[in-house]
Each structure stands twice: as C-alpha cells, then as structure tokens.
Write a protein that binds this ligand. Structure first.
Ligand code: ATP
Ligand code: MG
Length: 298
C-alpha cells in the first residue's frame, strides 16, 4: 500500500476538518478526491504528508508513518497555495529544490531539464519568478513536485491557475506520470479533468469520506434512459418523480435515471402498458457531474 489512512480525525480547535477517514491506495492508482470548498481535501493531504498532525488515527505513505520523513523522500507535493522565492529564476528554484531532495550533483542538471520540458517552461527558466504569470508559477510548482521522480505525488488543485491549454498539458503530464507507474493523489474541482485522468475516486463532504472506489463503478451508477414517447400521463410522471428518477422532461419525451438494462426494460414496459407509444430509446452516461451531485445531496 502506497497510501494508507486509518480512522483519521483532524480538529482545528472545535472544527472537525477530517472525520474518521480511512483510505488506501495501491501503486499506480490515480486517485481523485472530490468535494466542495472546506470539505477537508487539503487537510487530508497535509495529514498524509505529515505537514499537519492528525488528532487521531494513523497515516502512512510509502510504508512509513506520516511523521517519518523517510516516507516523504519518495513523495512529491504541489500545494494549493504555493510560494516560490520570487527573486530566484525558475532554474534556480528547481536547483534549490533538487538540493533539498538530495538529488546527486551529477543528476541535477538532467532532472531539471526533464522537469522543464515536462512543464513547458523551457526557454523561460533563466527569468526571475516574479516576472512569471500565475499559470507559469503553478507549472513551476508542479515541476518542483516531480523533480526527484517520486513514487507518489500529491497534487492539490494543480490546474487552478491554468488556461484551457495548460489544463490539457497537465492532464498529459499526469498521464505520463501514470504510465511511469507513479501513484497520484489529486484534489480537483474540475470534474471533467478528474473523469478523464483518475482510476479511482473519493467523495468527501464535511470532513467525511462518504464513498471511494474504482471510477467505472461510480460511472456505472449514473446512466440514464432517454425515451421519445407520446404524451405521458401525469400519474406515470408523478410515479417517476416520486422515485427521483426524472433527469429531464420535454415535448419529445423524457430522460430517466436507470441502474441497469433490466431497469430500462421495466420502464419501457411500464410506458407501453399505459398505452403510450415509445418511438426511440437510448442509454446515456450522465457523467461525473451527476455522480457528484448525487453524492453531495443530503
Ligand atoms: N490551518 C487551519 N486552521 C484552522 N482551520 C483550518 C485550517 N486549515 C483548514 N481549516 C478548516 O478545515 C476545514 C477543511 O479545510 P480544507 O482546506 O481541508 O478544505 P478543502 O476541501 O481543501 O477546501 P477547498 O476546496 O476550498 O480547497 C475548513 O473548515 C477550514 O476552515
Ligand atoms: Mg483545498
């Protein structure tokens, strides 16, 4: 297990930021943690990295307790609020980080070059950081997080400052790290980004991890049946409304949430038995947005 959290609690005064969180990640997984502002995502990452001490529970990364710096040696971290020494150049900042990580002198240049290429800052590395745009600074922070080729990387909203092209580039970088077998822990509010990059998902709400597991398993729960039908009787509509199944309704027909093929067959049968013609039927994936909204509902 590369990441293991057992019954983590974190109080800030009386405020409970993480409540009884247990979680484990295997090597090579890309885990996306989703939840609203203030849900406890960043706190959990900091607890795992040993930057914040849990009030209760155990956190382990790379086989060491979070409090043991040896676990952190093979981890990279892009914080949500990153700070650089702005009077340094990008190159100098990466070199500073390389030395903090203890990268041997003979490997330093190669590591920095690789990071610069990956983050797309080549050509600007001799400029001072104070002259970088917000997005360039975020790229630099990402470069610093992966400089030492860590087995495990925590990315706390890595694309919050990036333009659409930059977001796609970071998605590619994550893909590249994933292909190299890196385990990635990603906090993000961008559902499409998470849907495209993550193998596993977690949903956190008010400090509680309410669900976690393989991405496909969540996506499967969010399929819908789009039907083009004749006019539907109010009784039947009420029946579906009461079960919270209606996704959309319009002149041409209705879109209903379904769990599986049998559910679809049952709905079509019900409608036909009411004497309403069904002209067309199609199964749709509702996407991660629907999964997320479902999870965050009371
Ligand atoms: N250093 C701190 N001192 C006191 N309270 C804190 C501290 N850091 C976080 N909190 C509180 O802990 C809770 C969780 O915050 P956290 O930053 O983990 O949320 P988040 O899910 O990362 O949110 P966001 O999406 O806005 O980044 C919030 O109520 C926040 O106010
Ligand atoms: Mg956060």
């Amino acid at each position: 297990m590369i990441v293991e959290a057992q019954n983590i609690y974190k109080y800030y005064g009386a405020n409970l930021a993480c409540e009884d969180i247990s979680l484990s990640l295997n090597q090579g997984q890309v885990f996306g943690l989703l939840g609203p502002n203030g849900a406890g995502k960043s706190t959990l990452v900091k607890v795992l990295l040993g930057l914040v001490r849990a009030s209760a529970g155990t956190a382990m990364i790379n086989g060491y307790r979070a409090s043991d710096t040896r676990g952190r040696q093979h981890a990279g971290y892009l914080p949500e609020l990153f700070r650089h020494y702005e009077w340094l150049t990008g190159y100098e900042w990466l070199r500073f980080n390389a030395r903090v990580y203890g990268i041997p002198a003979r490997e330093e240049q190669g590591a920095i070059r690789r990071a610069l290429e990956l983050i797309g800052l080549k050509g600007r590395e001799q400029d001072r950081i104070q002259g970088y745009s917000k997005g360039m600074q975020q790229r630099l922070a990402l470069g610093a997080a992966i400089l030492h080729r860590p087995a495990l990387v925590f990315l706390d909203e890595p694309t919050s400052a990036l333009d659409p092209m930059g977001r796609i580039e970071v998605r590619d970088i994550i893909g590249q790290l994933k292909a190299e077998g890196t385990t990635i822990f990603l906090n993000s509010h961008l559902l499409s980004e998470v849907e495209m990059t993550c193998t596993h998902l977690g949903f956190i709400r008010k400090g509680r991890l309410i669900a976690s597991g393989a991405r496909e398993d969540f996506m499967k729960t969010c399929t819908a049946l789009r039907l083009e039908t004749g006019p539907l009787a109010q009784d039947l509509l009420n029946y579906y409304e009461n079960q919270d199944m209606v996704v959309e309704r319009d002149e041409a027909g209705i879109t209903l949430r379904v769990a599986d093929r049998e559910g679809s067959a049952r709905i079509i049968r019900e409608i036909v038995e009411c004497g309403v013609p069904v002209y067309q039927a199609e199964t749709l994936s509702l996407g991660l947005e629907e999964v997320f909204l479902d999870m965050m509902r009371d």
